[in-house]
Unconditional design. Structure first.
Lengths: 122, 517
């Protein structure tokens, strides 16, 4: 039988690095707050990989928006990392605390998800 | 999107619904390679020649009516995209066409560099935005088709941002949800390719066909972690430079001699066998090396992609990369006639959701042609239907009473993807398929509870897991019954093709899945 496999974006071989993700959680109309997660990773992995790891291993209620995973084709995973607007799928994890927040200039849907659809597509 | 454009041109009012952002997810936007179409811009060509190549690649299993439609109508769709400004690459003023594997002529158009899918999606998005008859609504997840007296009368959906239930009455409904590659741990598509359309069609009573034929692309990028690029990206560079596919001992294990000659199914099986024999690369694939090429050769072939690789820490003059087979496309799908009508009246399908046009193995470049042509056909036929039937009334769906199960559905999805890759992947055996079916059936008992108010990611995963389990069972069930190897369906225990199996398997849901052939 073929060998057992894991996905190309999962940390599988050399997961010795650790990022500390400070993730904003909250919903419209309620006071939000930050949650802290330590995420194992291997060099080259992204903030989106880290967020997906949290959903699978810690808390599936964390809301994130993405479609294409790593091609940077869908442009859906825009968030703020350390105060800068970036795509989570192209921002690398680093071995320090990284603060992840929803886009400040868009209406909040939940956690890191904001209303980014064009107005006539809602 | 092309279905909506076609229907609107015929005067039909349309509602274009997407579970995320319109035209941003799915498979089309991810396509980086080429589109097959008999334009004859480089050398004489004809849809008949394109059809002959498509049927040959399909290993005796194409639904010839659909293949013929695809090849015949592709030129008008591609020329229309050209008028809409998609930007097909040009050569001395005419549209440039290259020869891809399996094509006997230079037939494949593209948008440079690695930009075919994004350009096609963007062009279609721009077109639908201009048409007032097309109302567009994103973040609306269709949970079930609405069927009354055996006829499709619309769909029930959930607005994912608020959790609100929405009922959509429709005279005609077109499923254009793409394929099922998300069922596999290693895949090259978007997160929303979890087979939603197949699950919707099955529960509505429609018939699926050829579900065992999942196309694996042999050299998807595996490591080092590469971001900002589609994992299929190595393919065009192997056309240009060959490249050497190596095992852990840094030996070529296919008789390629540094060229790019092995067919997808053979290369896939060879890599899987090297890994199983303990000769895989560290992440469980093979090495792909371009180290025999000089820096100027690499620069000429890769163009600006060299910089994108450098940003990912990859220098091809110094290192090989790891590649592995990845689920790339689904040949099977909803069974339709040449008018894209499913076996449920007033329900149509289009694009990759349709099964049969590509038989047991899809020819390179046929996927976007198929998306455009089948969309056009479904849109025209649906518009003709709505002119003659009254608008149905649709009661809201009953609120689900199921309890929320005590599981992490995101983790269960990962487990299912691994199970499918290990046992229902590129190389299959009876024992593996039976084991997979046993585990999938346990998931199939899952009932979908109602979503919470506001965005509910756990509910979304439960929804996806339920659909993925149903579709995974359809694939594994059909794969277990087909006791032969043909195209993308390779059985270790039935290594040869069998004439007796030159036939389709059709699947319906009657409580349990039932397969007929």
């Amino acid at each position: 039988m073929p060998g057992s496999v894991t996905s190309a974006s999962a940390c599988t071989v050399n997961c010795v690095l650790k990022a500390r993700l400070k993730v904003w959680r909250g919903a419209p109309g309620a006071a939000g707050g930050y949650e802290h997660h330590e995420v194992p990773y291997e060099s080259g992995q992204t903030v989106l990989d880290g967020l997906r790891w949290i959903r699978v291993h810690r808390d599936p209620s964390l809301a994130i928006r993405f479609s294409c995973i790593n091609a940077n084709a869908c442009k859906e995973c825009m968030i703020q990392v350390d105060g800068k607007t970036v795509y989570a799928c192209t921002t690398r994890l680093v071995e320090r605390e990284m603060t992840l927040e929803p886009l400040p200039n868009k209406a909040l849907i939940k956690d890191l998800v904001t209303q980014i659809a064009p107005p006539d597509e809602r | 999107m092309n279905a909506a454009l076609a229907a609107a041109r015929e005067g039909a009012g349309c509602l274009l619904v997407d579970r995320s952002l319109i035209g941003r997810g799915g498979a089309t936007v991810m396509a980086q390679m080429t589109v097959a179409v008999a334009l004859g811009e480089e050398e004489p060509d004809d849809p008949e020649h394109h059809l002959a190549d498509t049927l040959k690649a399909g290993r005796g299993l194409c639904d010839a009516r659909l293949s013929e439609l695809l090849c015949r109508e592709a030129p008008q769709c591609i020329r229309e995209m050209d008028r809409w400004g998609v930007g097909w690459a040009r050569n001395n003023g005419h549209i440039s066409q290259v020869q891809a594997p399996g094509h006997e002529r230079r037939r494949c158009v593209y948008v440079d560099f690695l930009n075919t899918g994004p350009a096609v999606s963007k062009t279609l998005r721009a077109q639908v935005q201009r048409v007032p008859e097309i109302r567009r609504t994103g973040d609306l997840l269709v949970t079930d088709l609405a069927v009354r007296d055996g006829i499709c009368v619309g769909a029930h959906a959930v607005h994912t941002a608020t959790g609100e239930a929405v009922s959509l009455a429709a005279k005609a409904t077109i499923v254009a949800t793409g394929g099922l590659t998300r069922l596999y741990a290693r895949n090259s598509a978007s997160i929303n390719m979890g087979g939603d359309g197949y699950a919707l069609a099955l529960r509505a009573g429609a018939e699926l066909i050829d579900m065992e034929f999942v196309q694996f692309f042999p050299i998807g990028h595996l490591a080092p972690r590469l971001v900002g690029m589609d994992p299929i990206m190595w393919d065009p560079f192997r056309y240009k430079l060959g490249g050497r596919l190596l095992n852990a001992d840094m030996r070529e294990f296919l008789p390629e001699g540094g060229r790019y000659t092995a067919a997808r199914d053979l290369a896939t099986a060879a890599i899987v066998k090297e890994v199983a024999a303990g000769r895989g690369s560290p992440h469980g694939g093979a090495w792909l090396s371009f180290q025999h090429c000089s820096a100027p050769e690499l620069r000429a072939a890769f163009g600006p992609v060299i910089e994108r690789l450098a940003k990912n820490g990859i220098d091809l003059t110094r290192q090989p990369v790891e590649v592995a087979p990845m689920a790339h496309y689904h040949m099977g799908g909803v069974r339709v006639d040449a008018d894209m009508r499913t076996s449920v009246p007033h329900l149509f399908a289009a694009g990759e959701a349709v099964g049969g046009a590509n038989g047991a193995n899809r020819l390179s470049g046929n996927a976007i042609s198929e998306a455009l042509v089948f969309g056009l056909t479904a849109g025209l036929r649906a518009a003709a239907l709505v002119a003659s039937v009254p608008m149905p009334k649709l009661a809201p769906a009953a609120r689900a009473s199921a309890e929320r199960p005590a599981m992490n559905p995101a983790a269960e999805i990962v487990r299912l993807q691994k199970l499918m890759n290990d046992h229902v992947g590129p190389v299959r055996t009876r024992a593996g398929l039976e084991r997979a079916l046993g585990e999938i059936k346990a998931l199939r008992a899952l009932e979908l509870p109602s979503p919470g108010s506001g965005m509910d990611p756990v509910w979304l995963d439960l929804h996806d897991l339920r659909n993925m389990a149903l579709v995974a069972e359809a694939v594994a069930h059909a794969a277990l019954l087909r006791e032969e190897s043909r195209g993308a369906h390779q059985r270790d225990d039935f290594a040869q093709s069998s004439d007796a199996w030159q036939r389709h398997q059709r699947i319906r849901l009657h409580g349990e899945l039932r397969v007929e052939s």
